[in-house]
Design a protein around this ligand. Structure first.
Ligand SMILES: [Zn+2]
Length: 331
């Protein structure tokens, strides 16, 4: 590919002085959370042609062991669509994902204290409409309270398996309060909550959806505007985060990162709980495509700048697909 503008290759740092740059940045290994997508054992073939790695269930502990060696200290587990449980519509007897439950059990018993486990709590991967809440028709109107009951069952199951944090990402009203009381009532007071408080309605999730939902829906442009936050209303973002803190969230999250750093900066100054920022799939793809097409040079330096800018804006922790690369650069 050829570009009409000059590319200032010579101005970028070399690998030699990158070492010095890495020693000066404020982002640390412990600030990064690695997303982990657990799938059945056919996952390798599915993921071979893209940047996403679905980890086959039988390979999970080996993979985590490898990531711990690299320097990863936190993971967030996501389930991927299951073949037979796609018929979630009106199904309040939603069955937790065994592959997720058993992976939490294996990771928490084998790597105790070496890795903090966060587990995503949502139903979209098994919902035929791809929505994060139960929808009783083809509209995007999610049945809030019906969905909360399912999220409660999932949270208990994954807390019991050994997840340190449960991470509700459905954006249902009152989800933190509801899940906190369910956990407390069942003896899981020590299980903490990282709430996906301000999940902006964004096209930057498309690579994730295209990869993860490929088996269950042909419509990748799912309209979640009824329950996700609008880019055009920063006050709503602030309100969502404040509400989750009032309801008992131990950590809050804002996503995506790239075009929302003004909000990260503003919100960090208003709150006292740790704030997580998710660097989402579309942002990751933009970088990877830029590197592949020689638009972005010096991958290490570019990733460093990107992640450090999120940290500087106010993120206490960053969920990022770049985590395995970054922790290695820090060594
Ligand atoms: Zn969801």
């Amino acid at each position: 590919m050829h570009f009409a503008y000059p590319i200032l290759k010579g101005k970028l740092p070399t690998d030699n002085n990158l070492y010095e740059l890495f020693s000066k940045i404020s982002l640390k290994q412990k600030d990064l959370i690695l997303p982990l997508f657990i799938a059945d054992d056919h996952a390798k073939q599915i993921s071979s042609s893209n940047y996403f790695k679905k980890i086959p269930y039988s390979y999970v502990t080996q993979y985590i062991d490898n990531m711990i060696q690299k320097g990863i200290t936190s993971i967030i587990i996501f389930g991927t669509p299951r073949k037979k449980s796609g018929s979630l519509q009106n199904n309040t007897e939603y069955i937790p994902n065994d592959m997720v439950t058993n992976s939490i059990k294996r990771i928490s018993s084998e790597f105790k204290k070496k890795v903090t486990i966060f587990t995503d709590i949502c139903i979209c991967q098994d919902n035929p409409f791809g929505h994060c809440g139960i929808t009783t028709d083809k509209t995007n109107h999610a049945e809030n309270d019906m969905t909360l009951k399912i999220l409660g069952r999932l949270s208990l199951e994954y807390a019991k398996a050994g997840s340190d944090y449960i991470s509700p990402s459905s954006m249902m009203d009152g989800q933190v309060r509801y899940l906190r009381s369910i956990l407390n009532d069942n003896g899981y007071r020590n299980t903490k909550i990282l709430s996906f408080s301000a999940k902006h309605n964004s096209s930057l999730y498309a690579p994730f959806r295209n990869n993860m939902f490929i088996n269950i829906t042909s419509d990748y442009s799912i309209d979640k505007s009824n329950y996700q936050v609008s880019f055009f209303n920063p006050h709503e973002t602030i309100r969502e985060i404040q509400t989750d803190i009032n309801e008992g969230a131990d950590m809050v999250m804002i996503k995506p990162s790239m075009f929302y750093l003004d909000l990260v900066y503003r919100i960090k100054r208003k709150i006292e709980v740790p704030m997580v920022v998710q660097n989402v799939s579309g942002e990751y793809y933009l970088f990877k495509a830029g590197i592949k097409n020689s638009i972005i040079f010096n991958e290490k330096f570019s990733i460093l700048l990107f992640l450090e800018s999120i940290k500087n804006a106010g993120a206490d922790k960053i969920i990022s697909y770049f985590s395995p690369d970054f922790v290695q650069y820090l060594k």
